[in-house]
Design a protein around this ligand. Sequence first.
Ligand code: ATP
Ligand code: MN
Length: 486
Amino acid sequence: MEKIRRTDIAFLLNDAEGTFVGQIVNVRGWVRTKRGNKFVGFVALNDGSCLATIQIVFDFAKMDESILDRVHSGASISVNGELVESQGSGQRFEIKAVEMELLGEANPDEYPIQPKKHSLEFLRENAHLRFRTSTFSAVFRIRHHMIFAIHKFFNDKGFYNVHTPIVTGSDAEGAGEMFQVTTLDLHKIPYNEEGNIDFSKDFFGKATNLTVSGQLEAELAALALSKVYTFGPTFRAENSNTTRHLAEFWMIEPEVAFADIEDNMDLAEDMLKYVIRYALEYCMDELVFLSQRLQDEEKSKPQNERSPMELIEKLRFVADNEFVRTTYTEAIDILKNSKANQKKQFQFPIEEWGADLQSEHERYLVEKHFQKPVILTNYPKDIKAFYMKLNDDGNTVRAMDILFPGIGEIVGGSQREERYDALVGRMREMHIPEAEMSWYLDTRKFGTVPHAGYGLGFERLMLFVTGMGNIRDVIPFPRTPKNAEF
Ligand code: ATP
Ligand code: MN
């Protein structure tokens, strides 16, 4: 076969002027479907560069019919052919094949991804091949664009990206159960004289874990570079098998010096709106496809469980409307007096101020009461981390959580406690060893300044933007309890 440089299918299909019509091009990809009769064959070819497939037409008067016999869904092929305006409906261009090479066969009796609707559960079990479907290739293309948009947003605002450690020696990050990291032989654990595990024999000479958050280290950087953000993997060993929790997920954590909680809310709201608008601008084909998919799914749901807004409409709504800003105390009043609470419809009834909000409460506030994204501030200090700045009332801290429809908490943040004495006081109350955290306390000793930041769970954002219902379907290889295949 004549060697011609490969062209992305997206490049050919998106070329509005049709500059390449009449030229011989080469495309390579995976066969989605094949059909035809004894005169002519049609292959829908996808190379992942875009959602659409390009139609390849085989004219058997000019080409050998037998070469198509081994081409099935999932097979990889390389085709040289002429780009022509399509006569059929549904596509503008197609390729009239001149030559074809079968690169890799896919035995139809064994290949799991057939051209029909597969359940998401089935595709999760075949996560190694699910990239080949329209749904997952759409999700993962959007994922790429969202990563890029986040870096662009912060870069354009003068933030510096910092890499914070993945293996951490502090267990005071306080955000959840941690995974231990060790090279000790679990069959021959060394013990010290007190009968405790002797971590001085371990790789780092101390007990270490996988990080649950890069915040504490990001704070160190912010107190010199002023505006920083991390975007890295975080790990939580919580045994929560929900559609919103992963054991390994990616988190964006900006940290800003000379900023207070108001600045923090503005930054988070701006960022969320920016990346949503970015998706609307750069991922429209994927969003239209995912919206259609969702609408088909909604039809099989009872009326009262259907989402009130179509995906793209919902994204526009969030991008164009101000988020509601209110306090935890106000939220508790609303929840306490709600019909849902009085009729005992919450799994965790709200009885008094101080209760931790569960996802059902967060979703009630967003979806039923305000019908807009909500930023809740000033939470009771007892349900929040030690580093949040104490308000003058002595009971609440300057926390801010952003709650989104269908998800609940998407962002958790706060103004940080920058006063040395107040911070040490909170650490003692919460039994956090000061000695181990001396490096953190040093920033409050030397040139401390007010500062604030937050954590955005990247996969929670992905759930919202794609409309997918399960967090396992927006990360390529999900890690959840009892599940680390692939
Ligand atoms: P939740 O109460 O929903 O479990 P959290 O309060 O433990 O979350 P934070 O410690 O505030 O979460 O983490 C910041 C952000 O990281 C959250 O707002 C959320 O978007 C995301 N996040 C937290 N835990 C997980 C998880 N297990 N899987 C995916 N994303 C998560
Ligand atoms: Mn939180």
